[in-house]
Design a binder for this molecule. Structure first.
Ligand code: SF4
Ligand code: SF4
Length: 183
């Protein structure tokens, strides 16, 4: 009997207190993706990369909005969304308890405004994504004035750019910047 007690003491606790205490998981555990709408720019990179179609984007041209949606029932916890997100707006959390009482709770949505093209007036890109692009240019060294001077270019849809509707002054300014000739 004494030998048995000694063995038990030596072994320590062989069971975990879960579910009465949180279950520790490893640092790189891939649990439920957590989305931070305030950091999201609605670029759709995660939806494009998601191999399980758990992430989707849908636009409402009438309302001028784009909606990011996540259905945890399809998620395979691969982490591709986290890898491609440019703003760290989606990261895999340690959360693994996914049971819900209401099926609607398996879905998450976040809606963002779209920006209108300065040339044709059509909605063409998420407003936050256009602002993010302008911020990136400033971060890369372009002055606020220079970024403002190409505002029309930043707010021009691909179709209008193809049709060369972009004002010449904007094109010249942008080209100068790309060549690193900014005064
Ligand atoms: S973890 Fe993988 S399957 Fe789940 S939402 Fe992200 S990309 Fe899609
Ligand atoms: S990749 Fe990131 S920023 Fe882009 S839509 Fe997905 S969560 Fe938002």
């Amino acid at each position: 009997m004494l030998k048995l007690f000694k063995t038990i003491l030596k072994t320590g606790e062989a069971t975990l207190k879960y579910p009465f205490a949180p279950l520790p998981v490893c640092d790189n555990f891939r649990g439920k993706p957590e989305h931070k709408p305030e950091q999201c720019i609605a670029c759709a990179a995660c939806a494009v990369a998601c191999p399980a179609n758990a992430l989707t984007m849908s636009t409402d041209a009438e309302a001028g909005t784009i909606t990011w949606s996540f259905f945890v029932g399809r998620c395979i916890f691969c982490g591709r969304c986290e890898e491609v997100c440019p703003t760290k707006a989606i990261v895999l959390s340690p959360e693994f308890e996914l049971a819900v009482a209401n099926a609607a709770d398996m879905y998450q949505h976040a809606t963002f405004k779209l920006a209108k093209c300065a040339q044709c007036g059509e909605y063409f890109a998420p407003k936050k994504e256009v602002e993010y692009t302008a911020d990136l240019l400033k971060h890369a060294g372009m002055t606020t004035e220079a970024v403002e001077s190409i505002s029309d270019l930043l707010h021009t849809c691909t179709d209008c750019k193809r049709k060369q509707n972009v004002p010449e002054a904007d094109k010249v300014e942008f080209t100068r910047y790309l060549k690193g000739n900014e005064a």
